[in-house]
Design a binder for this molecule. Structure first.
Ligand SMILES: Nc1ncnc2c1ncn2[C@@H]1O[C@H](COP(=O)(O)OP(=O)(O)OP(=O)(O)O)[C@@H](O)[C@H]1O
Length: 569
C-alpha cells in the first residue's frame, strides 16, 4: 500500500491521465494477487470494472474540456448510467427498510372494534353527511353521506359508521343536535374518531332521470331529516336521482346543475303520500272564462290566398271553453288519467332525439282564452303551410252548403262520434248548442302521415290524453304578459266571447286571463316543455317557430315509456 501511495503521489500530475495511473495500479495489484495477499483480489476486480474505467474516462474528458473546447461524452455517460443504476438498484433492493414494529400484546380481546381517525377539512362547505341516533343502542351513527359532498369525495365516511368522538369530544350520550352543534362551531379540520360500519353497502345504484310532477320545498317540510341537505325543485324540472338506498329519502341533483352536490328529496312513495294528502285538501277549481250564452256559429277559419286553415272554428273553441267551465266532457271523461298524472310524483324520462325518418312530434299549444294561442298558431301555419298544419275537427252538426267534408270539419253521426269517444280516439271533445265537437287522434295522424308538423291547441285537461308514445307531443304554454303590458299591447286586439265576435278586451278579461294562466301553470305546469310569454306578437311568433323546430330536431326529455316500449300508450 505504501508503495502505491508513494507511486501515485509522485505521479499526481493530472496530465499523465488517470487511466494511465490505474493501469499501473493494476499491474501492482496483479503481482500481489499472484502472491495471494488477502483482499487484493477483490480490489483488483473493482479497479478493473468497466464502470470505473468509464468514470475515469469521463473525468479525463472533463479535464480536457476545461482546458480546451467541449467534447461529446454521451457514450461514456451511457455506460456509466446503466451500470451505476443497476448497481444502485441491487444495493437498495437488498436492504430492509421496513420499520421494526413491537410485538402485539397478548391480552387484546378478540371482539375489539377497530377504531378509525378521520380528518376532514371544512372550508365553508357543508360536510355532506347526516347523523342519527340509534333507537335502541343510542349510538350516534352516520345516517347518510350526500353524493358529491365533502364526506363523499373524501371516501372516508360511510353510512352506518359509529361516531365515538368529534374534535376530541366524546359523543356518547349526546343528542344528534348537540353533535351537529359541535360540527357547526368547528372551523378548518374536523377530527372524527369512529368505528367503521362492518358491512359497508355495495353501491349498485343506476342513475335515473325523472321529471318532477310537483313542487317541493325542503324548508317547509317538517319531515325531512335535514332541511339544509334538501333539494328544492319545481314541477317540470328534470332531476338526476343518484341514490335510492333509503326507502323514504332519495338523493338527487338537477340536470341544469349537475356539478352541484346532491340533495335529499322525498322518495316516490313518500311524495305520493304527501301529494295525495294535498290533493284531497285542494278541491279542483276550474278557471272562469268568458261566460257562455247562445250565439250563431260563425267561421273563424282564416283564408289566405285560397288556403283553408282548419281547427280555428269558433264553435269548436266555444264548446271547448264551455267544457272547461262546466268541468264536463274532457275532464269528466278522464278523471282517472288526470288524477294518476297528479298522483305520480316523478315521471321517469329519457333523452330523445327524433330520427329524421320518424314522424314529426305533435305540437300542442295551451293557454288561457284570449292569450293569443290561435293568433300564434295561425301565424305559424301561414309562415309555411307546407310544413305546418292543424288537425280538422269532427262535429255532429249538419254540413253547410259552402263547407266541404274534411276541410272545415269531419261531419259524422252522433253514434260515430260517441264510438270514437269510447274507443279513446278523441283528444278532447265537448258539446255546443246540442252538437258534439272534438279533435281526434285520427285527424292528427293524417297530418303527421303527410310528413307535416301538426299544430293543435288543447285545453290543459287534454294534455294527458295526447301524451302517447305515438304522438310524442311537445307542449307549449302560451302565457300572458303582465296586465300592465297587456293594456298596451291589446289596445286594438279583439276577443271572441259568446256574445260578441269582436269585442275589445276589458280590464276584467285581462285579469281573468292572468288568473286562468296561473291556475293552468299550477295544475299542469309539469307537462309544459316550453313556456312562451306572448307580449310582443312578433317576438312570440319567432319564439314559437324556433321552439317547434327545436322539438323536432334537438334532443328532449320525454317519458321513458314512450321510448322503452312500443306497446305502452
Ligand atoms: N301579443 C299580442 N299583441 C297584441 N294582440 C294580440 C297578441 N296576441 C294575440 N293578440 C290578439 O288578441 C286577440 C285574441 O287572440 P286569439 O284569438 O289568438 O286568442 P286565443 O288565445 O286563441 O283565445 P280564444 O280561443 O278564446 O279566441 C286577437 O285579436 C289577437 O290578434
Amino acid at each position: 500500500m505504501f508503495r502505491w501511495c508513494k507511486f501515485i503521489s509522485t505521479k499526481t500530475n493530472i496530465l499523465l491521465g488517470l487511466s494511465h495511473i490505474l493501469t499501473l495500479v493494476l499491474q501492482e495489484l496483479n503481482l500481489l494477487c499472484k502472491r495471494d495477499v488477502n483482499g487484493v483480489g477483490m480490489l483488483y476486480d473493482l479497479l478493473r470494472s468497466h464502470w470505473l474505467q468509464a468514470l475515469l474516462k469521463i473525468y479525463e474528458c472533463l479535464q480536457n474540456y476545461l482546458g480546451k473546447r467541449p467534447m461529446p461524452v454521451t457514450l461514456q455517460a451511457r455506460a456509466l448510467n446503466r451500470e451505476a443504476m443497476l448497481s444502485a438498484h441491487d444495493t437498495v433492493a437488498q436492504k430492509d427498510f421496513e420499520p421494526t414494529l413491537p410485538p402485539l400484546p397478548d391480552n387484546i380481546p378478540e371482539n375489539e372494534e377497530a377504531m378509525r381517525i378521520v380528518c376532514l377539512v371544512k372550508n365553508n362547505q357543508p360536510l355532506g353527511a347526516t347523523i342519527k341516533r340509534h333507537e335502541i343502542t343510542g349510538d350516534i351513527t352516520v345516517a347518510r353521506v350526500i353524493n358529491g359532498g365533502l364526506a363523499d369525495r373524501s371516501g372516508l365516511l360511510y353510512a352506518g359508521d359509529k361516531l365515538v368522538e368529534v374534535n376530541g369530544v366524546p359523543v356518547e350520550g349526546l343528542e344528534p343536535e348537540q353533535v351537529i352543534n359541535i360540527l357547526a362551531l368547528s372551523q378548518g379540520t374536523i377530527m372524527f374518531k369512529l368505528i367503521p360500519v362492518s358491512d359497508r353497502p355495495v353501491s349498485n345504484q343506476t342513475t335515473l332521470y325523472v321529471r318532477a310532477m310537483a313542487d317541493y320545498c325542503p324548508l317547509q317540510d317538517p319531515a325531512i331529516p335535514c332541511a339544509d341537505a334538501g333539494l328544492p325543485f319545481k314541477k317540470g324540472e328534470i332531476l338526476q336521482i343518484v341514490d335510492q338506498n333509503d326507502a323514504l329519502w332519495w338523493q338527487a341533483r338537477k340536470v341544469s346543475d349537475l356539478s352541484a352536490c346532491a340533495g335529499l328529496i322525498p322518495s316516490n312513495h313518500l311524495l305520493k303520500r304527501k301529494q295525495r294528502e294535498f290533493w284531497w285538501s285542494q278541491p279542483f277549481q276550474p278557471h272562469l272564462c268568458l261566460k257562455s250564452s247562445i250565439l250563431e256559429e260563425d267561421i273563424l277559419g282564416y283564408r289566405t290566398s285560397c288556403l283553408h286553415f282548419t281547427g280555428f272554428r269558433r264553435s269548436m273553441r266555444l264548446c271547448r271553453r264551455k267544457s272547461w267551465n262546466n268541468q264536463q266532457s274532457c275532464y269528466a271523461r278522464c278523471p282517472s288519467s288526470c288524477y294518476s298524472a297528479l298522483a305520480a310524483p316523478y315521471e321517469e324520462v329519457v333523452r330523445y332525439q327524433r330520427h329524421p325518418a320518424d314522424r314529426n312530434r305533435l305540437i300542442v299549444l295551451v293557454g288561457p282564452a284570449g292569450v293569443g294561442v290561435n293568433e300564434l298558431r295561425r301565424r305559424l301555419i301561414s309562415s309555411n303551410p307546407r310544413e305546418f298544419q292543424s288537425a280538422v275537427p269532427h262535429t255532429t252538426r249538419v254540413q253547410k252548403s259552402y263547407e266541404m267534408n274534411g276541410r272545415e270539419y269531419h261531419y259524422v253521426s252522433k253514434e260515430t262520434f260517441e264510438n270514437m269517444v269510447y274507443s279513446h280516439r278523441m283528444l278532447e271533445y265537448g258539446e255546443y248548442k246540442g252538437y258534439l265537437y272534438g279533435t281526434s287522434v285520427d285527424a292528427v295522424r293524417t297530418v303527421l302521415d303527410e310528413g307535416k308538423i301538426c299544430v293543435i291547441d288543447l285545453e290543459p285537461q287534454g294534455i294527458q290524453i295526447a301524451r302517447t308514445h305515438e304522438l310524442k307531443p311537445y307542449i307549449i304554454f302560451i302565457k300572458p304578459s303582465s296586465i300592465s303590458c297587456m293594456r298596451q299591447t291589446r289596445k286594438n286586439a279583439r276577443i271572441i266571447t259568446d256574445y260578441y265576435v269582436n269585442m275589445k278586451f276589458k280590464e276584467e278579461d285581462l285579469q281573468e286571463m292572468e288568473d286562468s294562466a296561473k291556475k293552468m301553470e299550477d295544475q299542469f305546469g309539469q307537462f309544459f316543455d316550453q313556456v312562451i310569454v306572448n307580449d310582443n306578437l312578433q317576438e312570440a311568433s319567432a319564439q314559437l317557430l324556433s321552439a317547434v323546430h327545436r322539438a323536432q330536431d334537438e334532443p328532449q326529455w320525454v317519458p321513458a315509456m314512450w321510448i322503452c316500449s312500443d306497446t305502452q300508450p
